[in-house]
Structure formats: C-alpha cells, structure tokens
Ligand binder design. Structure first.
Ligand code: ZN
Length: 287
C-alpha cells in the first residue's frame, strides 16, 4: 500500500457527493448564524473551514482499493461530509451493540418507530420536546413491567417537500428478557403497543407506528436494520432543501441529544468506545 495526499473528491463517489455540498452548507450556516445571533449556531471556524479539501489516502498497488487515513474536517454535526464520516463510524458502534445484545441468552430486541404526525417548521422545536417527554412516559411504564435489560433511542427528523412539513420520530430498541415477556401477562400485540404510545403521547392521530421483534435464535442482523439505528438524525440532502428548512432543522436540533443508551446497551456502547481500535482491527482480519 502507498500513502498519497489527495483531493477528497477523487477518492470515492460518496466523498465527492458530500464534499460538493459543503459550499452550500457553509453559505446556509452563515445566513443562519446572522439571523439567530443569540443562538451562536455556527462558529467562524466551521463557516470558513477547508472541510473536505485535503486527505491522506492509502492506495493499493492497483489503485483500486483506497483507505482514508486522515482528512481535513470541520467536525460540525450538521456538515454533510462530517456527518457522513461520523455515520460510518457510528454504524460499527451500533452493529457491535446489536451483536453483543443478540449473544445474551434468553434475550431479544423489540424495535419501534415512535412518531408524531407531521408538523410545520415553526412547530418543530416544541414537537421534539413533546416527543421526548412522551417517550419518557412510554419507557417508564414499560420499565415497571420488569423485562427490560437495556434501551436505545435515536431522534430523527425528515422533511417532506410536497407538503412542506417535518416528521420528528424516534427509532427505539428495547433489549428484553424473553422469558419475562413472551407467554406472560406483559406480552403485547402491535395494536396494544400502538395504543400505549398513543396514550403516552396524548395523540389520537398517530398513523405511522411500527414494532417488530428481533429474536437472535430466529433472525439475523441485516445491514438495513442496523442502518436504521445509525443513520443521520437528518439527511443532508433534505436539510439543504432550502435556507428555510435548514434554519428550522438546525435551530430545533441544536441543543437536542440525538442518541440515548441505557442499561445493557449502554454497557456495550461504552465497552466499544474504550476498545474500538482492537475491535475494528479484529474485524478487519476477519473480513
Ligand atoms: Zn465538515
């Protein structure tokens, strides 16, 4: 393998795609910061950075295989390139957490999508706060039933340009003790889960509710399942639809926590953070 300095855009189509969005991102970031002066949304360093301009890349002898060693970055969570890179790292973490969870005997994962009806940009900030407090009620009620080993929650916001509305929702995983849930009074069909969510969120009009059980003795972890829990909190292409959409998304998500882990899933996440180099290396050998 040979080490070369290179422009990011020549490494891979993905890098090129997100790098090409950076000038627009920086323009929007400057306008937002000027508009919401008291919020300090973006620093000068982010707005004027050379994010994505240069990278150190390892090339294989044929030049076909590449590995990015280091890259000039702004490290802002809303930056298209930086969020793409973080998401790649995040996928490994989420995959590790799920794999560890599925090796715990007598356990399964309940996967939920907990959503609110679409809202306008002006309502988005308050709707996210309400969504989080509804989730806390939902979680507390289930925790009392005694089968919960751990939890994982990810906030996501999508934008629909046909209706100019936003959809805040949570991707949730509960790691549960199977024998304390299945075949007991606590077992619930999808519709009962939906009613509980409806009650906790005080909304009658919830249409998009999703629950499924991932049982490691029967199911295998798929890339698309893992991705659902590690994808962006907002898609760069949606966020940069217009300055208005960008302003709403950034100001609503700025101080919000995107991920929350608890119990067994938090332990697996912390173990990954402490040992990620060893874990990644052992995987590279396995491939
Ligand atoms: Zn960046």
């Amino acid at each position: 393998m040979e080490l070369r300095e290179n422009m990011v855009s020549s490494i891979s189509p993905d890098y090129a795609k997100y790098t090409s969005m950076i000038p627009r991102f920086q323009e929007f970031a400057r306008n937002s910061t000027d508009k919401f002066k008291n919020r300090k949304l973006f620093t000068e360093k982010v707005i004027n950075s050379d994010c994505g301009s240069k990278a150190l890349v390892l090339y294989s002898q044929t030049g076909r295989r590449t590995k990015v060693i280091s890259i000039e970055r702004c490290h802002n969570r809303f930056c298209p390139l930086c969020s793409f890179i973080e998401q790649k790292k995040d996928t490994q973490r989420v995959e590790y957490i799920m794999q560890q969870a599925s090796q715990v005997e007598d356990s399964a994962l309940l996967a939920f999508t907990l959503s609110y009806p679409n809202c306008s940009g002006a309502q988005l900030n308050d709707e996210i706060k309400l969504l989080n407090s509804s989730y806390n009620k939902f979680y507390k009620q289930l925790e009392r039933e005694g089968y919960m080993l751990g939890s994982f929650r990810k906030l996501e916001v999508t934008y629909n340009d046909d209706t100019n509305t936003f959809n805040p929702h949570l991707h949730v995983l509960f790691h549960i003790r199977k024998s304390l849930y299945f075949g007991t009074e606590y077992y619930k069909e999808a519709d009962v889960w939906r009613q509980i969510w409806s009650r906790c969120s005080n909304r009658e009009d919830i249409k998009n509710f999703y629950v499924r059980c991932f049982d490691p003795s029967r199911d295998t972890l798929s890339a698309s399942f893992i991705k659902e829990y590690s994808f962006y909190s907002v898609k760069p292409s949606e966020m940069m639809h217009s300055q208005e959409v960008f302003d709403y998304m950034v100001s609503a998500l700025k101080s919000k926590q995107v991920y929350t882990l608890g119990g067994s899933l938090l332990e697996f996440g912390l173990y990954f953070d402490d040992n990620k180099d060893t874990i990644r290396k052992s995987r590279a050998f396995a491939e």
